[in-house]
Design a protein around this ligand. Structure first.
Ligand SMILES: NC(=O)C1=CN([C@@H]2O[C@H](COP(=O)(O)OP(=O)(O)OC[C@H]3O[C@@H](n4cnc5c(N)ncnc54)[C@H](O)[C@@H]3O)[C@@H](O)[C@H]2O)C=CC1
Length: 486
């Protein structure tokens, strides 16, 4: 299947494609080859204004519909996404470089899950009645927030757009979404599909641009809520800007998550978890378990089996479904990874495998493993956001828990052990929002996803997301006589 990677126009506003070539050009580069595959233009202030106007108008129409009607539109969009999964997955592969083998199962499909799940919930978003003395009562109304802004990172452009749009729209909000400037293509397709599914024009708009377009959206008084997926430094800026007008926020930020492998773990499962948590999407996943703490009794066996299993990584054309490991997203990102690899070597970590950029077109870094990593090394403290696993040794449970939690981040954490009591004890001790026992990086829509500490505020997916896209109005209803002092 061949697809056209150049979108009809840069932005999608009011149910249609909109162009304004006076905005700065943004070239979209395919990570596998370094070729420019599309060009879009950053939104000008006039485009931002138009998107916010369209969203403001559509939100009123949409909120007046019943939850059942809103849900039907979202579920129809989910069906359309599934029907077009292959085409959408190929576009995701061009946008990000991730292999088609991954995008066929993890991107548009995950977006469809979110639209289906929140479409199903939309009709059941009700308030409650609270009986009081004398027959009085309070009833509550669960109301939308208004116009929500979604701002995305570049690693999961389809999934991020859907994870934000689905709960927002289910609750009766409208959205203006700004994709990452690195991956501007996929969100436009979601906007098209929502229109086709029956969403009122302007309900879900996409505007392109760099940080300043995001900043203009975040500070606009018409916006009630901002949901960002991005790095911690950007999260701090966006959270602070939103606070100026007391806007609601959801922050899905970075991490440096631990995976703890005890001596009694199933070795194959533990190695699988470490591979999934470090090399899926070439390591460009926020919840990755990049600090792999391995108990000394199993360390050698773990490293031996890990090295054997890494031979199964198939680097090649991402559009070939046999390929299971793709390039990095951009020259900038591979440069960051190369710098960390140098720091790892300089600071004394043992490079077990990988570490050198592959000399070919595009941005290829092989799976890279450092052993003998210690807590103070830069590669053990900072988020790398690439295919670099750090293996750290440990002896006892108390020691490893203290070390696992000694980070400003708290997005995810995993433990591999056959001892269930220990597994539950360990996850209770983790300072992390999303934990895994004998697994890693599963993200079903039914489960809350998000971080603690610097990794974020709020939760995406699950019923928990409803709290972040709606507010409760209390209505006091008096049936008894109303007394006053005079
Ligand atoms: N917790 C999560 O769910 C995820 C977190 N991430 C994090 O995202 C980072 C990588 O993605 P990047 O795109 O490089 O992140 P980034 O923080 O550079 O950019 C994220 C988005 O924010 C926008 N932005 C930048 N400055 C802004 C400002 N002042 N106001 C408003 N918007 C602004 C960017 O244009 C982009 O769309 C990693 O740190 C990673 O951990 C990535 C994926 C998922």
């Amino acid at each position: 299947m061949s697809i056209n990677t150049q979108p009809t126009a840069s932005h999608y506003i009011g149910g249609a494609y909109v162009e304004d070539t006076s905005g700065a050009p943004i070239d979209v580069v395919y990570g596998a080859t370094g070729e420019v595959i599309a060009r879009v233009h950053a939104a000008t202030p006039a485009i931002v204004d138009r998107a916010l106007e369209a969203a403001t108008a559509a939100q009123k129409t949409w909120a007046a519909m019943s939850g059942t009607e809103r849900g039907r539109v979202l579920r129809r969009a989910a069906d359309l996404i599934r029907e077009r999964n292959r085409e959408l997955s190929i576009l995701e592969t061009y946008d990000t470089g991730k292999p088609l083998q991954e995008t066929l199962v993890a991107d548009a499909t995950s977006g469809a899950d979110a639209l289906e799940y929140f479409g199903g919930l939309a009709a059941s978003l009700t308030g409650e009645t609270i009986p009081l003395a004398g027959g009085d009562m309070v009833y509550t109304l669960r109301e939308p927030l208004g116009v929500c802004v979604g701002i995305g990172a570049w690693n999961y452009p389809t999934q991020i757009a859907c994870w934000k749009a689905a709960p927002a729209l289910a609750c009766g909000n409208a959205m203006v979404f700004k994709p990452s400037e690195t991956t501007p293509l996929c969100a436009l397709k979601i906007a098209e599909i929502l229109t086709e599914a029956g969403a009122p024009p302007g309900l879900f708009n996409v505007v392109q641009g760099m940080g300043e377009v995001g900043a203009a959206l975040v500070t606009d008084p018409r916006v009630a809520k901002v949901s960002l997926t991005g790095s911690v430094p950007t999260g701090k800026k966006v959270y602070a800007a939103a606070a100026g007008e007391m806007k609601h926020v959801t922050m899905e930020l970075g991490g440096k998550s631990p995976i703890i492998v005890f001596d009694d773990a199933d070795l194959e499962d533990a190695v699988s978890g470490a591979i999934l948590g470090n090399f899926y999407s070439s390591g460009q996943v926020c919840s990755n378990g990049t600090r792999v703490f391995v108990q000394t009794g199993i360390r050698d066996a773990f490293l031996k089996r890990l090295t054997e299993r890494l031979a199964g990584a198939v680097l090649g054309d991402p559009l070939d479904e046999a390929t299971n490991f793709g390039p990095m997203v951009s020259e900038g990102q591979i440069g960051i990874v190369e710098r960390y690899v140098r720091l790892g070597i300089e600071e004394g970590a043992e490079l077990v495998t990988g570490g050198a950029r592959i000399e070919r077109d595009g941005y290829w870094m092989p799976p890279t493993v450092f052993a003998g990593v210690t807590d103070e090394m830069t590669i053990a403290r900072e988020e790398i956001f690439g295919p670099v696993m750090c293996v750290l040794d440990f002896d006892g449970e108390d020691e490893v828990m203290a070390r696992a939690n000694a980070t400003e981040f708290g997005l995810a954490a995993g433990v591999f052990t056959r001892d269930l009591a220990r597994a539950h004890r360990v996850v209770r001790g983790f300072e992390a929002g999303t934990c895994f026992i004998n697994s890693y990086n599963d993200a079903p829509v039914e489960a809350p996803f998000g971080g603690v500490k610097m990794s974020g505020v709020g939760r995406e997916n699950s019923k928990a997301a409803i709290e972040h896209y709606s507010q409760v109005k209390s209505v006091y209803l008096r049936l008894s006589p109303l007394e006053a002092p005079f």
